[in-house]
Ligand binder design. Structure first.
Ligand SMILES: *Cc1c(COP(=O)(O)O)cnc(C)c1O
Length: 370
């Protein structure tokens, strides 16, 4: 049985201003037929205001468009911002579902605490998704491996250049139709090992989903591209020895003794995809180890044949096999290595749950359009 979202509290009535000029049916269909990640957005967006005095107020749905922002808005200067990433999936009967939204709501609250932003109550978060899907449901594509990417985000709106937590904050949700993140089938990716840069330090913001972590990763990501790799892998900032994560995805290694190993650290963003894939693996009888994993352990394990697969995981790309890791003076795997069996089959099971093709035995799916 799928769990339905709790009803919104009585005071949580969204004002809906319909877009007078929505994209035409034919143009929208053209986008849905060939979605390119993060480029075309739906006709509407959700917005809720917060102020120190008034708390969360004025929830509304309005036409998608530019946000009026004072040039002194503190987000533009000090980066007080957090976000989430999730997807709405269309099932075969036309219904629209999302995956573990309660976890995204909780994580947004955790990120808010770390970034000194107000916590958005879970009901508001969930109702925001329902409101957006209610007006823009026709933007959820139908083709296999496509979905409507949902991007909730919150930022410091107060016009004030002093350095302290903002007293005015805005929360928005925007959405865009997406296809497979790395395009096409489940081809293994090449990963660049960054030895010069780290994405997060001890006591820093690595465990919060905040834009600054991404800003910190971009130069290393460019270095990865320059070296023919699609993604970058970061090591810990103290010893430069332990695996952390990719710029926006977690990493998991598969051992030949039915064990999955993934880094545990308070500088890593705790992914819902990783948590879910590891739960599916445990259901199958795999052992899961969440602990520090050194780059030497991976290298030696690869050479001895004990570590047989590696994958990255996150909402946008789901589960991506890692074909090779390129370090400054060594390489693990090869660019044309085939996708690992465990990786491919766990990915398939996750995706089948998300698209409603197999039983959702963990009650992860939540319907958004009713
Ligand atoms: C969002 C994100 C992930 C993946 O989290 P999911 O919940 O699986 O989408 C991993 N690392 C970083 C840095 C992220 O921002």
């Amino acid at each position: 049985m799928a769990n339905l979202l709790p009803m919104a509290p009585k005071d949580l009535v969204f004002r809906v201003d319909a877009n007078p000029e929505p994209l035409g049916d034919a143009e929208r269909q053209a986008v849905l037929d060939n979605p390119v990640f993060g480029t075309v957005f739906t006709d509407h967006m959700v917005d809720i205001c917060w102020s120190e005095k008034g708390g969360w107020h004025r929830p509304r749905v309005q036409p998608y468009g530019p946000i009026p922002l004072d040039p002194a808005a503190s987000v533009l200067h000090y980066g007080q911002e957090i976000f989430e990433g999730m997807k709405a999936y269309r099932h075969a009967d036309g219904s629209i579902w999302t995956f573990r939204p309660d976890q995204n709501a909780l994580r947004l609250q955790n990120s808010a605490r770390r970034m000194a932003l107000p916590e958005l109550p879970t009901d508001y978060f969930l109702q925001s998704l329902r409101e957006l899907v209610a007006v823009d449901g026709k933007w959820v594509p139908e083709a296999p491996e496509t979905s409507l990417y949902l991007r909730p985000f919150m930022f410091a709106k107060e016009a004030f250049l002093g350095v302290r937590p903002a007293k005015k904050v805005a929360f928005y949700v925007i959405a865009c139709p997406v296809g497979p993140y790395f395009g096409g089938d489940v081809a293994p990716v090449s990963i660049w090992l960054s030895t010069q840069y780290t994405r997060a330090g001890k006591g820093g913001t690595g465990a919060a989903k905040t834009g600054g972590n991404y800003a910190a990763s971009l130069l290393a990501q460019t270095e990865a591209s320059d070296n023919g790799c699609q993604q970058v892998l970061f090591l810990d900032s103290i010893e430069g020895k332990y695996l952390e994560e990719l710029g926006g995805m977690n990493i998991v290694l598969v051992r030949n003794d039915n064990t999955l190993v993934t880094p545990l650290s308070d500088t890593i963003l705790s992914g819902i995809t990783r948590d879910s894939v590891l739960a599916l693996a445990e259901d199958r009888g795999y052992r899961v180890e969440r602990r520090a994993v050194s780059i030497d352990e991976w290298r030696e394990g690869y050479e001895s044949g004990e570590i047989v697969e590696a994958f990255a995981c996150g909402t946008a790309a789901t589960v991506v096999p890692i074909g090779q890791l390129k370090g400054p003076d060594f390489t693990i795997g090869s660019a044309d290595a085939p996708a690992g069996e465990v990786t491919v089959s766990l990915r398939q099971e996750l995706v089948d749950i998300q698209y409603g093709r197999v039983e959702d035995r963990h009650d992860w799916m939540v319907r958004l359009d009713s």
